[in-house]
Design a protein around this ligand. Structure first.
Ligand SMILES: [Ca+2]
Ligand SMILES: [Ca+2]
Length: 205
């Protein structure tokens, strides 16, 4: 009788342990994708293109690099973060990265004096440049954004300046976007030689 009771207790404990292990396993399945980020499938890329000028120069400010336009099928999602990846020759050629939104909403051209500055990072320590953003996306409205950079005083003549945004490196409503790398052709070449004859400047390489 006592032996039977002990066996029953052990059986119950084993069942309990099994349930705990199963719960832990299911929780792991749930948490791992969250830790890696869930893509925001309510966001769409309406447009994305390079807007780099052919040439730029040391100390040039707010040089346009990339524009992208987002659509959203949900209402009021918060765009909270962006990581811009520097893809030029040397990240020491730039001294700041900026995110603007188009004053006209979308379909515009970049002008640092009229478009709205949303975020910036002037402490460039690596090619992955993070910015905190605060912008509310409106349902079924297209919003156009611009990435611009400041060129450093010591930017090297002939170096290429360019940025891209990698897959899942925007944060919108605690989820991620875009669903592919934004890395369009087009880059700017630094002309650091007086008289800055950009039209005839032809750097080696
Ligand atoms: Ca504009
Ligand atoms: Ca490019």
């Amino acid at each position: 009788m006592v032996k039977q009771m002990v066996q029953e207790t052990l059986k119950t404990r084993r069942k309990g342990l099994g349930a705990v292990l199963l719960a832990g396993f299911l929780l792991t399945i749930l948490i791992v994708p969250l830790a890696q980020g869930v893509r925001n499938n309510q966001v769409t890329t309406v447009d994305m293109q390079s807007i780099c000028p052919q040439f730029t120069a040391p100390l040039a400010l707010k040089v346009p690099m990339l524009t992208f336009t987002l659509g959203d099928s949900a209402n009021g999602q918060q765009f909270t973060g962006a990581i811009v990846t520097y893809s030029g020759d040397s990240v020491t050629d730039i001294s700041g990265v900026y995110l603007y939104c188009e004053t006209a909403g979308n379909g515009g051209t970049f002008d640092a004096s009229t478009d709205v500055l949303l975020a910036s990072n002037t402490t460039i320590t690596s090619t992955a440049i993070a910015m905190l953003v605060s912008f509310t996306l409106v349902q079924n409205v297209n919003h156009q954004f611009y990435i611009a950079v400041d060129i450093a005083a010591g930017a090297v003549d002939g170096n290429r300046v360019d940025v891209r945004i990698n897959t899942d490196e925007l944060t919108i409503a605690a989820k991620t976007w875009p669903d592919s790398n934004w890395n369009p052709g087009g880059q700017s070449t630094i002309d650091a030689q007086t008289p800055w004859d950009w039209a005839n400047f032809a750097p080696a390489g």
